[in-house]
Design a protein around this ligand. Structure first.
Ligand SMILES: C[S@@+](CC[C@H](N)C(=O)[O-])C[C@H]1O[C@@H](n2cnc3c(N)ncnc32)[C@H](O)[C@@H]1O
Length: 222
């Protein structure tokens, strides 16, 4: 894959993609985090997803190794893996490509492992999660952008996805501004998602919360 799309994009946006060898060398530095299905990664200038794709492949390989004999567990853990990956890029086409890459990697594995037990509801849920997690935005102003890379009035909002019990998925939405605020002011190392529910509610930080079946997360759009 080429590392440069055009000279203009390099000079305007600093767009030079990282080669696979460097991506893997860097991920080796956090090897164990790349194996845990629920370890969260945010790439604030994700490009077309070189890092996020490689992390997803590592997580899915581990999930395959551990859960392939139990289709239901495999399915849930593979959703946890994909829902833990977050990205922002200012260029629409990069975001579209990144979303497609993540979905393709997930779907190929899912279909190969779950075969006749795979379901289109699950595929739709994963498409929705990826669309929520990979955002066209400006990581400096923390606002979503339009197709011309100009800020809109919409803040960047991330959803935390948490499996509850056998089959429920909780989605809690936070603005990125709040996530960064906590990075500066708490001892939780910037992980707002790691605050207890009581702490979160006391601070009133999450915007909204939905709980539904993990195959139906798309029923609450937005
Ligand atoms: C050096 S490239 C890295 C891409 C990817 N992380 C990789 O390693 O392959 C920088 C990326 O940042 C994006 N970018 C530039 N300014 C940005 C901003 N203010 N907010 C979000 N993304 C931005 C560009 O569109 C480009 O995709």
């Amino acid at each position: 894959m080429t590392q440069i799309k055009s000279k203009e994009r390099v000079s305007e946006r600093g767009e030079v993609f990282t080669a696979e060898r460097e991506v893997n060398a860097m991920l080796d530095l956090v090897k164990n985090e790349c194996l845990r299905p629920d370890s969260r990664f945010l790439e604030p200038a994700c490009g077309d997803g070189n890092f996020l794709s490689a992390i997803l492949k590592r997580k899915l390989a581990e999930i395959n190794r551990k859960y392939k004999k139990c289709i239901r567990d495999y399915e849930k853990q593979s959703i946890v893996a994909v829902s833990s990956l977050y990205g922002i890029d200012i260029m629409y086409d990069n975001v579209e490509t990144c979303r497609e890459r993540l979905y393709k990697i997930w779907n190929e594995e899912y279909t190969a492992v779950c075969k006749n037990d795979s379901s289109d509801d699950t595929r739709e849920a994963v498409r929705f999660i990826i669309q929520k997690n990979i955002i066209t935005g400006n990581a400096l102003t923390l606002m979503c952008v339009d197709k011309n890379c100009n800020d809109t009035n919409e803040p960047i909002v991330f959803s935390e996805w948490t499996l509850i019990g056998e089959s429920k998925m909780q989605r809690s939405d936070y603005t990125m501004a709040d996530l960064l605020l906590y990075n500066d002011t708490t001892s939780n190392e910037g992980n707002l998602f790691a605050l207890t529910e009581e702490q979160q509610e006391k601070e009133g930080v999450f915007l909204r919360r939905y709980i539904t079946h993990y195959k139906k997360v798309q029923q609450y759009g937005g």
